[in-house]
Design a protein around this ligand. Structure first.
Ligand code: UGA
Length: 435
């Protein structure tokens, strides 16, 4: 049997998943209710920036393996496995808002037939959602419909989305029948990653537990960074020293201005909510959140202290996206930091290689002076604040930067540069987690 794939939701996760399955040789139909997005995709353009994705989508569109539509019914009729990859943003109560997932489940259900289908949760959802989806789908599907609901969380990282999808550390599939297991094992056979088959609830929980653990590592090292600053230790050395212990591991121990993005902040918050609903306290994760919030304020305080006051001072902000190699500004530390600086009377000139247009939507031009390159931002500045560690910034002409700044002060929220080198170049250089 040849497996055809339907992906409902063409955001970061859906689009990357669609393109990667097509690249593996499957026929994929991607659906999104946003007609504008589908029009953009059909005209050969991408609604987002992700390295390598435009080429992958284009290649598979021309091979006729990847097509797009706004019609969920078409995807259900076409596909053997239907992935639900719509957004699960934070609701008002701090838990995940599942309205899009539920709407899609009803639509999928109405289009089911006696041909067996797998409906797979790709979006990050609270534990217990697959069970709810089964009930909803049974309610709206024709009596003869044959289907399984499974959980298949994604672990892709923005900026490295293709690599982390095509070559994941593991593939997690929560399911209940041998039939579904057979299809999913076949679907992922060419991915050469360990496949972990679990029950539905464990698969759902693995996703929230993994993202929260990553957030915890970041907040842990950021808390250590504050201790390092007070004690004279260097957090980069401490992170290296603890990371060499295999039980701890070296990844996700980069101190800085904390985690952002659409996933970690929302998933930590949702996980606290899930735990509390189940009657379990999760104070550990609340501390993770509070350290993360404070890290942004700590950065502002550092700039303020170094400048005396930021009132009427020009602060050059380099980087707006929540991490490099993406235009995604959702929950980016840049937003809170720029807003905080403006409130204190600073004049902010900001540059980012890809994310300016997105940031303009939430911080309009006028409040922030968006400029076309790092040098325009730095010109006449009292302080250069580094928010995102784009490669482009690593290769800056530092002599030129020093010449054009009013005061050669660099406050680096990502510890991009070697402090000794920066001081040699004549900068007053402040990073996170060392003196
Ligand atoms: C995260 C997870 O890493 C993925 O495994 C998961 O699939 C994804 O969420 C998701 O749920 O969709 P992503 O949000 O793309 O991926 O970004 P990360 O690479 O995890 O970075 C998150 C934030 O943490 C960024 O703001 C980054 O700058 C920050 N970070 C990361 C640090 O401050 N220090 C570190 O050592 C690592």
């Amino acid at each position: 049997m040849k497996i055809n794939i339907g992906i409902i939701g063409c955001g970061y996760v859906g689009l990357v998943t669609a393109a990667c399955f097509a690249e593996r040789g499957y026929k994929v139909l991607g659906v999104d209710s946003d007609a504008g997005k589908i029009k953009t995709l059909l005209s050969g353009h991408l609604p987002i920036y992700e390295p390598g994705l435009a080429e992958l989508v284009k290649r598979n569109q021309s091979r006729k393996r990847l097509v797009f539509s706004t019609d969920i019914g078409q995807a259900v009729r076409f596909a053997d496995v239907i992935f639900i990859a719509v957004g699960t943003p934070l609701g008002d109560n701090g838990g995940a808002d599942l309205s899009q997932v539920k709407r899609v489940a009803r639509e999928v259900a109405k289009n089911l037939s006696s041909r067996y289908k797998i409906i797979a949760e790709k979006s990050t959802v609270p534990v217990g959602t697959a069970e709810q989806l089964k009930t909803t789908i049974r309610k709206y599907a024709p009596a003869r419909a044959e289907f399984d609901v499974i959980s298949n969380p994604e672990f892709l990282q923005e900026g490295r989305a293709i690599k982390t999808t095509l070559y994941p550390d593991r593939i997690v599939v929560g399911l209940e029948t041998k039939r579904a297991e057979g299809v999913m094992r076949k679907l992922y056979a060419s991915f050469k990653a360990p496949i972990l088959i679990t029950d539905l609830e464990s698969a759902e929980l693995i996703k929230h537990a993994a993202n929260s653990f990553l957030a915890m590592k970041i907040s842990y090292i950021n808390a250590i960074a504050q201790i390092c600053e007070k004690s004279g230790a260097d957090v980069r050395k401490v992170a290296y020293g603890i990371g060499l212990d295999k039980r701890i591991g070296r990844e996700f121990l980069r101190a800085g201005i904390g985690y952002g993005g659409f996933c970690l902040p929302k998933d930590v918050s949702a996980f606290v909510h899930i735990a509390e609903k189940l009657g379990c306290k999760f104070d550990l994760l609340k501390a993770v959140q509070s350290i993360n919030r404070d890290q942004r304020q700590h950065f502002i305080r550092k700039i303020e202290k170094a400048c005396g006051s930021v009132k009427h001072k020009k602060i050059a902000v380099l980087g707006l996206s929540f991490k490099p190699d993406t235009d995604d500004i959702r929950e980016s530390p840049a937003f809170d930091i720029i807003r905080g600086l403006i409130r204190k009377g600073a004049i902010v000139a900001a540059y980012d290689p890809k994310a300016i247009n997105n940031m303009k939507k939430i911080l309009p031009a006028g409040k922030v002076h968006y400029v076309g390159n790092s040098y325009q931002a730095a010109s006449g500045a009292d302080c250069l604040a580094i928010i995102t560690e784009w490669d482009e910034f690593k290769n800056l002409d530092l002599k030129r930067i020093k010449r054009i700044m009013k005061t050669p002060l660099v406050v680096d929220g990502r510890n991009m540069f070697d402090p000794q080198m920066m001081e040699k170049q004549g900068f007053n250089y402040l990073g996170i987690g060392f003196k």
